[in-house]
Design a protein around this ligand. Sequence first.
Ligand code: ATP
Ligand code: MG
Length: 218
Amino acid sequence: MKAIGILGGTFDPIHSGHLRMAQALADQLDFDEVRFIPAATPPHKNKPGTSAQHRATMVQLAIANNPMFTFDDCELKRSGASYTIDTLETLRKNLGVQTSLSLLMGSDAFKQFDTWYRWQDILEYCHIVLVQRPIKMSHTSNESNPLSKTLESFLHQHYTENKHDLHDAPAGLITMQQFQALDISSTAIREAMQHGESIRYLLPDSVMDYIHLHHLYQ
Ligand code: ATP
Ligand code: MG
């Protein structure tokens, strides 16, 4: 069965942490493709300071030289909040049932998963692959908090350790992958820009040049 990884995000901006995560999981889990899907109006965050158009262009620049990485603007074409379940419904309709879909997620994103719109239906459309992000010990972040009881039991109920299971079924499983995540976040890049610090090597040069050209994050 063909296997596709899906990486959704605000990508404000996309950075090497996203790209390494997508590449490492594609290698470990034998994905045929990783699809990057920028959110137009993320339901769980403040409105991004950067237009959807800029964020989408930066994603396209970042993945341009990797034939395995693809760009999907389906969330940009819809109006209203960008719900993942709607995106998955569209993907399923276009790809059919004989494709394994895996939603890639950092541990920080999964901690709030039970607040997502129709979260309990999401596994009908895809698997979920989790990776641990470097833990931030800060009072402004919840990244050191444990999972809620609800998510803990949801995880156990659907968990598999065997990566081959993800290829044998189109959807329905959760797995965790070990990989050394880069300690890079869009927030840190925006803050560096604000302080006039260099962002070189935190993201592809093409994206850095685009940010400077369009005076983003000033
Ligand atoms: P922000 O700081 O604005 O929240 P971010 O760096 O977390 O931005 P998002 O666009 O929110 O980036 O992330 C999209 C997805 O990518 C999420 O599932 C997130 O957990 C994951 N992700 C982001 N950065 C990394 C990283 N360095 N390593 C692994 N996964 C990451
Ligand atoms: Mg984030």
